[in-house]
Design a protein around this ligand. Sequence first.
Ligand SMILES: [Zn+2]
Length: 318
Amino acid sequence: MRYVFASVTAAVLSLLLSCGMCEVASAQEIPFRMPEAPVDAKSIEDYREAIDAIVWVMVKRFELPVPRGNVEVHVTRESFEQGLVKHLKIAPALARSIAEFGKAAVGDYTLLINAPAMADLTWPQRIETLAHELTHNVQLTLANRPGLARPQWLIEGFAEWLAFNITDALGLDDLSNARVRLTDKVREVRQKQDLPRLLDVVTFADWASTRKRYGFDATYSLSFLITDFLIKRHSLSAVTTYFQQFQHSQNHTANFRAAFGEDVDTFDRAVHTHLEQLLSGAVPSNFSWSGRAATGIARACACGIVASAHVVMARRST
Ligand SMILES: [Zn+2]
């Protein structure tokens, strides 16, 4: 399924905010588009090129839709804060605290970039972060909804998975090395403490508190490993189907069954076994799935709750 968007004649527009006697360009607006040719990622030095490079790989390599909406590059923390209030519909006090450390956020089909907070990253690091955030736009595009409230483990896990696959496709990272790095990080965490049961972490509030309690690698890196297992056990197109199910139902467990042909509980048990083997070294980081996943697609029921929360991202806070 492809989404076609009206192109904006000017590639870059500036949103202007009044500041007394003068006007200051506070945010640069970059519409998503399908570029005419691939971009050499190693020479990227601006956000327009970075977004084009990522969208090209998403569409051409992974057969995902061009994301709906656009990017706002906020050149001041205050502007980013105002963008959070506008697009994520959150209270000003919460926006202020997120703007202090958040590098990017997604809400209402808009990817907000906090340019001052991104300034200390190299362009390959920024591209990895943007690819993660842009995946959230793709999730919303597939779901045809301005916000997705749950399940956070898969929303974040798929964003991590696709970010590392995109940087690999662009020649900025090596996916095999990334798998080893992330597995090692999660293994290190587990040597010190129990890992959270991420499949039980479905709401954003629970995700935020779990990240605070267990740390980045026990949430984001672990969600990569679980999603990597999910995609090897099923397929990338099943994940695409899963997010499309939200067009009709907000029942995430029914949507999971419809897309993957197995219950979350069954998958949870398989994850537990897989992580035991992966983290003990019984299977390599670059394992290939040889087991038998559940087959047969059940239809999701149409009943569901109306999601009101928006996807909120403050991924690289440390
Ligand atoms: Zn995220």
